[in-house]
Design a protein around this ligand. Structure first.
Ligand code: HEC
Length: 116
């Protein structure tokens, strides 16, 4: 890792908080990549961090991990979160990333259904 001022203070802050998480960059087969620092129990893959950041403001990520939906199903859930649950509008670009992540890793085959 290149030690820039920001990463230095970021690392210092993490250590100060006693957090065990370290930043890692993940890349999938399509070449999408994302820096992951904390995604709780979500499957680590590109899109996990943005999903975690947007979706755990009100509830645990376990609520998400226990679901298995198609992209359309997730799309409806996102509409529901925004229209009825008080979630702020999600920027289109971010929304696509979240939907891609959810439909890939939390689809009806439930490849990452939580075990505990
Ligand atoms: C502003 C608060 C808020 C945010 C942000 C939010 N949710 Fe929710 N979500 C809720 C509430 C409240 C419930 C409980 C609804 C209920 O069970 O009646 C819920 C429930 C759910 C459920 C469970 C539905 C079910 O059938 O039990 C899923 C799945 C879900 N949210 C997904 C998401 C995803 C994905 C995101 C991020 C894109 C997200 N939520 C962001 C408030 C929020």
């Amino acid at each position: 890792m290149r030690l820039t001022k920001t990463t230095f203070w970021g690392a210092a802050l993490l250590l100060a908080c006693g957090a065990a998480m370290a930043e890692i960059t993940v890349t999938d087969d399509d070449g999408n990549s994302e820096v992951i620092y904390d995604v709780g129990k979500l499957h680590v893959a590109p899109g996990a961090q943005i999903t975690y950041d947007y979706c755990t403001a009100c509830h645990s990520e376990m609520i998400i991990a226990q679901q298995g939906q198609t992209r359309e199903g997730w799309d409806e859930i996102l509409v529901w979160m925004v229209e009825d649950m008080g979630m702020g509008e999600i920027v289109e670009e971010d929304r696509d990333l979240i939907l891609d992540y959810l439909a890939t890793y939390y689809n009806p085959d439930r490849p990452h259904f939580p075990q505990n």
